[in-house]
Design a protein around this ligand. Structure first.
Ligand SMILES: [Zn+2]
Length: 172
């Protein structure tokens, strides 16, 4: 129950680019207290918040000059495609870029990491192979457990307009 609630508070939003591929357009986090959604300016910052989310819940006043009394930055509604991340996905090791790609029909998404050599890894077995081929990263402390291939949950309102509002409890 607690986990379900936490998952709803950290999200990503995707948008379509000109080539009809879908990438994450913006990052947002939901306040633990007032349930408003706040934009997080960079992926790096978002990944830090997600990494610590259970031990260190997020509140509006962690944004400079913002309190829970201020209007939210965006609503979790049908104007955007919403994907809700699992909490506590480890922050990627330095030089590794974690990516989510949304399928064209909005049905689901896929995860991969771009490694510093440019090679993409899509599963723990591929990480293992990469570390065998590039032992320097293992020596630097990178291990399979540094990677998490969980994909975010798709919100119900991606397929059709629905009156889902943050904190409505509709997902419980
Ligand atoms: Zn708040």
């Amino acid at each position: 129950m607690e986990k379900e609630a936490s998952e709803r508070r950290s999200s990503k939003k995707a948008k379509r680019d000109e080539n009809f591929n879908y990438t994450i357009g913006e990052f947002a986090v939901q306040c633990y207290k007032c349930f408003k959604w706040r934009l997080i300016p960079t992926k790096d910052e978002y990944e830090t918040i997600r990494h610590n989310f259970i031990e260190d819940p997020w509140y509006c006043n962690k944004n400079p000059n913002v309190t829970c009394d201020d209007p939210g930055d965006l609503e979790c509604d049908e104007t955007r495609i919403w994907m809700i991340d699992k909490p506590n996905i480890p922050k990627p090791p330095a030089g590794f870029d974690r990516n989510i790609v949304l399928r064209k029909d909005y049905s689901k998404s896929d995860s991969f990491y771009a490694t510093p050599t440019g090679k993409k890894v899509r599963a723990p077995a591929e990480v293992e192979k990469f570390l065998e081929a590039n032992p320097g990263y293992r020596d630097a402390g990178v291990s399979v457990s540094s990677f998490n291939f969980s994909v975010p949950k798709m919100m119900d309102n991606n397929q059709k307009a629905a009156n889902v509002t943050p904190g409505s409890g509709k997902k419980k």
